[in-house]
Design a binder for this molecule. Sequence first.
Ligand code: SF4
Length: 74
Amino acid sequence: MNNKFQRVYVEKIDCTSCSKCASLYPEYFRLDKDGSSETHNNGENINDAIVLESDWNKIEEAMNECPGECIHWK
Ligand code: SF4
């Protein structure tokens, strides 16, 4: 089994609150009470989400779609 993973976060100050990431992959992105995106794993690891290698393409898609260019690997 391949257990490679990376952690992903949103640089909130650059987030436009467009919610595109949360619409695409709600399992990794959600909007906080102020409307900025943050990453998570089932509501935990807030803005420090773990992503297994099999889902890296999802995050990269969200990065490419993000108008704020504010989704980053740690
Ligand atoms: S796609 Fe980018 S700008 Fe839009 S809510 Fe997500 S992190 Fe923010």
